[in-house]
Design a protein around this ligand. Sequence first.
Ligand code: HEC
Ligand code: HEC
Length: 300
Amino acid sequence: MGGFIRGLLKFIVGVAVILGVAYGAIHWLTQRRLATTYAIEVAPVTVPTDAEAIAHGGHVFVTRACAECHGTDASGAMIVDDPLLGTAMGPNLTSGKGGLGGTLTDADYVRAVRHGVGTDGRGLVVMPSAEYAMMADSDLLPLIAYLKQVPPVDHEVPDVKFRPLGQLLVIKGDFAPDAEDIDHTAAVPDAPPVGETAEYGAYLANTCKGCHGPTLSGGKIASAPPDWPPAQNLTPDTATGLGQWTESDFFKAIREQTRPDGTKLSPVMPATQFARMTDSELKALWAYLVTVEAKSEGNH
Ligand code: HEC
Ligand code: HEC
């Protein structure tokens, strides 16, 4: 009997040591991956201050989903709070207590949005800068103008914290900083002329690719908590995509979060933010979506 208990104890201690070492290794690899810093020189920008630019910037803040993670008042919002993945909130971007607003320079905003790099040179995590890397000056500069004048809100927001599964996803790459993949030297072209055209829709659709994937064919969202549904196929594929949809079905999905069969979209799809897109913007997006190559779901 004594031998059995001793054996059991040895086994438990052995397992604990292995788990401890594994956990230590995961933690170390995660920290190493997140510690990489990037020296990004940002060309000087001139941020407008007129009311029209600020209004446009506010529209960009909502319709490019910044508000989804940073809150409609820009004071920060909960994105993921999962016992296995970790906790991520968008930081408070106002100049209130706990906010970054008072400290960020114009170049800091450009570095965060287009390059995914924070003021400390670290690659930002969870912030989908790869989708914003090609945001044209005509949207980015008004966006900065808007953020610089949002009313201060006192709100302390904790740093992003990864738990073991989240750490594994950092090592695997799903949760790795977008800065790793962004071409930091690429020139950012002007936006196509604003209009109800497929070309302008393609520019707007960069915001959809973080979840719906580079070909928009949907599938599982990398790094999503287990209870998130997959992103749907937005290509004209008739079996799993939007092949049977009309423009008015698309409007209804975005504006009322309702599909043609009457079912509601999951709140994971930030449709309430996209609902604020103008009719022309939604028409442009639809004009683009009908032109993309039909693909089966998750075929990128
Ligand atoms: C999916 C959620 C999400 C979206 C969408 C998002 N952000 Fe963020 N953002 C974050 C998180 C999380 C951080 C903090 C990341 C970190 O500290 O590693 C962050 C950080 C920032 C920072 C601070 C950078 C620094 O120096 O610390 C700025 C500025 C910012 N975001 C602006 C924006 C703007 C503007 C948009 C829209 C164009 C946007 N974000 C969209 C989640 C998001
Ligand atoms: C944060 C992730 C995310 C982003 C960003 C996002 N989507 Fe979605 N979308 C989803 C998810 C998840 C679903 C599936 C929702 C469900 O199953 O109820 C979805 C569903 C949809 C649907 C319904 C499709 C169907 O067959 O029912 C449409 C249309 C759609 N998205 C369009 C867009 C467009 C257009 C954009 C960009 C402007 C976009 N989405 C950006 C996550 C996202």
